[in-house]
Design a protein. Structure first.
Length: 121
């Protein structure tokens, strides 16, 4: 890491102390920011986005459904589903030897649809 040049360092300790204080007080709690970080990390992968979109209307999909939908190997689909489940974004239920996945929280679908809508506009 390079050492900052003296011109890169702010020469004034805090120019607008009132604004900085106001913004600092409005910042969400660290635990909420950590939850958002986890969510946005999950959304940072195109395959996981496709899975979440496929589940966004309340459907349930098994690993084979997801693999077929994304045209990937079952092991890869299973990896993505496990990641989303570990992040507490998906829930699953077993039916015999099959596990069916669905969204744990409807708000994830709303966030995804809102983001995609904004990109289209």
């Amino acid at each position: 890491m390079t050492k900052p040049k003296p011109t890169d360092i702010c020469q004034v300790r805090c120019f607008n102390i009132e604004l900085v204080t106001q913004v600092n007080q409005a910042l969400p709690r660290d635990d909420l920011l950590e939850d958002a970080q986890i969510l946005f990390g999950a959304l940072a992968d195109k395959s996981r986005l496709k899975i979440l979109y496929a589940l966004s209307n309340g459907e349930e999909l098994c690993v084979c459904d997801v693999a077929s939908l994304l045209e990937i190997k079952i092991a890869t689909a299973s990896h993505h589903l496990r990641k989303l489940r570990d992040l507490k974004i998906l829930k699953y239920r077993n039916d015999g030897k099959l596990a069916y996945y669905s969204l744990k929280d409807r708000r994830v679908a709303e966030i995804l649809h809102h983001a995609l809508k904004q990109l289209v506009e």
